[in-house]
Design a protein around this ligand. Structure first.
Ligand code: SF4
Length: 294
């Protein structure tokens, strides 16, 4: 193929690929390994943005540190790549300062539920109006594949060469019991379901949480002899069982068992800003200006 042909092909891809307008193309190529699952989730997110019809100027994306943390930098939106574990407090500040924004937190399992675990619980408890996407690959990818709070018992990691002996978080249960109003789990095999859940979460008021199981072939799959990304897709397809409305305390994940996916929680309760407005208006009446949140 001549260079001109390759350039033409790339130009054509630019014009027909619906994901490209959502990406900062000057940042491409990205850092993700071949068959890493993170890019698939970004594809779903861009589809959800298109389907939701949201004004892109009213969306902000906040990521923490790690391989998934790079998502914010690749999206052609107002986005912020913050410090480790602090995506949720940063996003909370953003939402309180500009209540019209739809603020999306997009991070990995280590960032969100280890160093950021306390922020995760308290934002859900307050019902902070945030959409939180957690790409869960059961390990710390960027730093070398250490045990994470999500690593299944028995799984090999760089810090558990004889198998992890810590019980992992069941993230949907953690989210629901902390107070989330929307909770779903999918794998990166379930691309249409992910995009649909993202549309719902974008439109939801309150703390929405979507967990997406995605392969880290370089560190997790390789060490656990689970094959490459394609093998993992087959694994997800075979092991996943869709149970919408499943009780979150029954959706634990183990190394080789079934993976329960679906929309588990979709309820209504007042957001932090709604509760604050209602209470302070009662006490302070016209002295209170309001948060500006709906
Ligand atoms: Fe993806 Fe793992 Fe590579 Fe990070 S190390 S980019 S999570 S495959």
């Amino acid at each position: 193929m001549t260079t001109n042909t390759a350039e033409k092909l790339l130009r054509d891809i630019d014009t027909v690929n619906p994901v490209m307008p959502y990406l900062r193309q000057e940042r491409i190529p990205h850092i993700w390994c071949p068959s890493c699952g993170i890019g698939t989730t970004v594809n779903c997110f861009t589809r959800a943005l298109t389907e939701s019809g949201m004004d892109l100027d009213q969306i902000a994306v906040v990521s923490g540190i790690g391989c998934t943390g790079r998502v914010a930098g690749y999206l052609n939106l107002d986005s912020f790549h913050t410090t480790h574990g602090r995506a949720i407090p940063f996003a909370t500040g953003l939402k309180l300062a500009n209540p019209k924004l739809k603020v999306v937190v997009y991070s990995g399992d280590g960032d969100l539920t280890a160093i950021g675990g306390n922020h995760f619980m308290h934002a859900a408890r307050r019902n902070m109006d945030l959409m939180v996407v957690c790409v869960n690959n059961f390990t710390y990818g960027m730093t070398g594949g250490q045990v994470a709070p999500t690593t299944p018992v028995g799984a090999i990691a760089s810090t558990s060469p004889y198998g992890c002996f810590e019980h992992p978080f069941n993230l949907p249960f953690l989210a629901e019991s902390s107070g989330a109003v929307y909770v779903a789990r999918w794998t990166s095999f379930h691309v249409r379901h992910i995009a649909h859940s993202m549309v719902e979460a974008i439109q939801k008021k309150g703390f929405s949480f979507i967990e997406i199981l995605a392969p880290c072939p370089t560190l997790y799959q390789r060490r656990n002899k689970m094959g490459d990304g394609l093998e993992t897709m087959k694994f997800y397809k075979q092991r996943s069982i869709i149970k919408n409305g499943a009780r979150t305390h029954e959706v634990d994940i183990n190394l080789q068992g079934e993976i329960v996916v679906g929309k588990f929680v979709d309820i209504e309760r007042p957001t932090l800003q709604q509760t604050m407005d209602q209470q302070l208006r009662q006490k302070l009446r016209d002295q209170y200006a309001g948060t500006g949140g709906a």
